[in-house]
Design a protein around this ligand. Sequence first.
Ligand code: PLP
Length: 453
Amino acid sequence: MENYRISLSEAELPQEWYNIQPDLPRPLPPYLNPATGQPLGPQDLAPIFPRALIEQELSPERFIPIPEEVLRVYRLWRPTPLHRARRLEEALKTPARIYYKNESVSPPGSHKPNTAVAQAYYNKVEGVRRLATETGAGQWGCALAFACNLLGLECTVYMVKVSYYQKPYRRSLMHIWGAEVYPSPTDRTNAGRAMLAEDPDTTGSLGMAISEAVEDAATHEDTKYSLGSVLNHVMLHQTIVGLETKEQLALAGETPDILIGCVGGGSNFAGFSFPFVPDKLKGRDLRIIAVEPTACPTLTRGQYTYDFGDTAKLTPLIMMYTLGHSFVPPGIHAGGLRYHGDAPLLCLLVHEKVIEARAYPQTPVFAAARLFAQTEGIIPAPETAHAIQGAVEEAVRCRETGEEKCIVFNFSGHGHFDLAAYDAYLEGKLEDFEYPPEVLARSLAELPKVPGT
Ligand SMILES: Cc1ncc(COP(=O)(O)O)c(C=O)c1O
């Protein structure tokens, strides 16, 4: 019998996350204090993060046990299935074997609760009452609202203004799970008020919303900040995806030739691919491809340097590929891929050429999403569709060369709340966007000068 889905039992759920830090080809450059240029210590992060997450952020341990309470919540939807995309293969007439790891089966519809549940848990254990966060497309806000609801915390979400209005149903989900949601920039924070004074009609950006959520946490004793991507501990929690995928591929008798994921801040891509990186570093022939939009081309056109994680320069300096913290991407429909930077762990591996990066405009991405929906049935999130387009491109290449490669991509979320974007695509209203070099040069010119460098 032909297999379509490779499933693990609940008993096979991994009990540890994988921390890539001890396996990196060189150590990760530290976060820096922007005022002094000195590396940050754990105490510098304490006002906004709980101790356990700060320890994970800097941990040298290769494996970190997943707490029992987190595993109990994971079991609501994990382990997630690995699918063989046989109908997509047939449509593409490719000799390649295509698999996808289906993270869309979580209650909020994406990979994001893998870290939201863990973060809510550690905050709760340390007595935090409320979490503040930002969200772009709304997937992360939904995931944190869901996690806080299950673990008994309050949740405040600053949602990028353009998405707040483009994606009203994600806002409804957050409300159902009990969160309060504001279109960012707001007049609730100093950072938000300053941004509104500068441009009252701004569509907002993740960088701006982060500034607001960080300020909210730093100015309230009972509140901490929660970030859905970029940081090391987020990548760590997401490795449950890749660890399961490895087991499932082994069950299918496969070793992957190409791994593909989309990148916003890097968390689904990292979680999916990092458990395979040691194999590649030991010499296995494996390509690992990160896909981003041409409208926010951080890895493909950004600079590898220290920059702020947010617009108002409240965060530490992070060594990463960046388009500049003042970069405001156009309102493309893949709202979750609009961040000016990327996870430092991912950036280091791209810089070391362990991971490749490429960028696609949104029209071919939506064409791939539609092909996927018409063959495999599931409607992908626009973010996820970037990974699908990557897989399609590689599978078509296999058709041309006759190579029978094993291509595996991460299906990071479904697009049930992104139908307005699909309508725009079907009506021919989507525009492709290449960031003009002079605009990019302008935001890169605002990169911080790091003291002592
Ligand atoms: C479905 C989906 N995939 C991918 C992303 C990109 O985020 P990350 O790169 O952290 O996985 C998002 C972000 O909102 C998302 O909602």
